[in-house]
Design a protein around this ligand. Structure first.
Ligand code: UN1
Length: 506
């Protein structure tokens, strides 16, 4: 076992179910074998959560909610502050594990842990700012205000591509709000879940906190369904594909539960003829090939003004020739492997469809058969926006080039997809810029000028519109989604005036 794995408390065999400090041993459960996508070799095993273990997790989460919600919010913030400190201590091994198990490059693995640290800091401050409004009552001698109360056990379902950061955006905010948290990560990155749980467990131990505040379950679709159908979990926050989100959304809505959905993106950058192309190129390349195109904010479409189209295409093709593809832990690498063989096959199918629909693959797309692991060359394709495959989010490094001549047309193409997560425009023209950010511009949850589509900071609310699901996680006032609002009216007078001017005698 490599040093960084053992320093995170990982073993050859791990249990994937925990109520906090305690891990529930159940070796009769099915085991998931985690492989590194960098060479396909086995890392370690994680035992899945059984239905029986799941019941224990729910009970302990409900029980812990009784005490956790009674702890003043700033004291809950103090626990989250300590989690942030622990994450600083384990930043390197955890960043390495993210890189090793998921396949993103080491710098991005560290970046993910940095996001966890940042959201902890954010949540500490927020724990003193769970503000409700006060309003003036229309009735004399009455006071009216609103309060925010915790919901109960909150379920977090996260995806393989951000195996630790997305959990923390949800969990740390949910926790300072007074909720307990039950996490199911992706079955493709189960060791990341166990490692984060081990780190949090140290803080729980040092503070002698009860079991059930932060719990972990491991498993595939079925475990997710236990959560979505479970009335004891009032809120499910789910990150993943649009088909998954539709399923989760409908199931939770059928029991009138709450959801926060952060689903697929089909993010575009509009390149105006007045763009600073040097800056744009940096943003495009990282947005399209970073994380091997497996961020939900990855740049998938480039909508380029006809005057700069040929020039930009040529520059990109040249840059793509020298992109370093290889071991994600090697400091020279820019593009690591895809997560698994299915992802490679999906990319190959997408490229085939591009050609079937009349587009062409300008460069890349090859599977690097001579390397162990799931390596591909990032591809650039010329397409039309209406192609079925272009309308679809393929979780791989494929960049689609689309030409425009008028800004109206560019915006129509930009918004002409079902997804609405992230977007960007490169221009030095103030009118174009303001138009793009206006209600007549981008229809996405995130809209940027002169920076790319990926790499959102935790301080903003993160999420998107249309089939991206409408949820917001992380910063700004996203905390409100983890609480219930209560409107309170107090009559401090000695009469009982009714609202709406209603008079009656008794
Ligand atoms: C995701 O791809 O699921 O904007 C999240 C970014 C990250 C979040 C991406 N902060 O790249």
């Amino acid at each position: 076992m490599k040093d960084f794995l053992s320093s995170l408390g990982l073993k050859e065999e791990n249990t994937g179910t925990s109520t906090g400090r305690n891990f529930i041993e159940n070796k009769s459960a099915k085991a998931i074998t985690s492989h590194t996508p960098s060479d396909g070799s086995e890392i370690a095993k994680v035992y899945e959560t059984t239905k029986e273990d799941y019941e224990q997790v729910i009970k302990s989460s409900q029980e812990a909610f009784k005490t956790w919600q009674m702890m003043p919010a700033p004291q809950r913030g103090e626990i989250v502050r300590q989690i942030g400190l622990k994450l600083r201590k384990y930043k390197e091994p955890l960043g390495k594990l993210v890189s090793f198990e998921m396949g993103k490059i080491y710098q991005e693995g560290l970046g993910e842990v940095q996001e966890m640290i940042d959201i902890c800091d954010f949540a500490v401050g927020q724990s003193r700012m769970l503000y409700g409004k006060t309003m003036h009552s229309e009735r004399p001698q009455h006071r009216m205000y609103e309060q925010w109360h915790p919901l109960g056990p909150v379920g977090v379902i996260s995806a393989f591509n951000f195996p630790v950061a997305v959990y923390s955006w949800n969990a740390m905010i949910a926790a300072i709000c007074g909720n307990t948290v039950i996490w199911k990560g992706s079955e493709k990155t189960p060791l990341c879940g166990v490692a984060v749980q081990n780190i949090i467990a140290e803080v729980l131990e040092e503070n002698d906190l009860p079991e059930g505040i932060f719990s972990l379950i491991t498993g595939a679709r079925e475990a997710g369904e236990w959560m979505t159908t479970d009335k004891r979990i009032p809120l499910i926050s789910a990150t993943g594909s649009i088909p998954m989100g539709k399923q989760v959304g409908q199931t939770v809505a059928a029991r009138l539960g709450k959801t926060i959905l952060e689903l697929g993106g089909n993010n575009a950058i509009i390149i105006s003829k007045e763009a600073d192309l040097e800056m744009a190129i940096r943003a495009i390349v990282f947005g399209a090939v970073g994380t091997a195109g497996q961020r939900c904010t990855s740049t998938r479409r480039l909508i380029i003004h006809e005057d700069v189209y040929d020039q930009l295409k040529e520059r990109l093709v040249n840059i793509y020739k020298s992109i370093k593809i290889g071991d994600p832990l090697d400091s020279d690498t820019l593009v690591g492997p895809l997560i698994d063989q299915d992802a490679v096959d999906m990319m190959q199918n997408a490229l085939k469809k591009v050609e079937e629909e009349g587009g062409n693959v300008v460069c890349g797309g090859d599977v690097l058969e001579n390397m162990e692991g799931h390596y591909v060359k990032p591809a650039i394709c010329e397409v039309e926006n209406h192609y079925e495959i272009v309308q679809h989010e393929t979780f791989a490094p494929i960049l689609y080039l689309i030409k425009y001549s008028e800004l109206d047309e560019a915006l129509e193409l930009h918004n002409g997809v079902v997804q609405g997560l992230s977007s960007s425009m490169f221009t030095l023209n103030m009118r174009e810029m303001e138009r793009f950010l206006s209600h007549r511009g981008s229809d996405c949850g995130i809209a940027n000028i002169n920076i790319g589509t990926s790499g959102a900071e935790i301080g903003g609310a993160f999420g998107g519109e249309k089939e991206t699901g409408g949820g917001r996680e992380s910063g700004s006032d996203a905390w409100k989604a983890y609480m219930r609002r209560q409107t309170n009216t107090i009559n401090w007078g000695d009469e009982l005036p009714l609202a709406q001017g209603i008079e009656f005698d008794v």
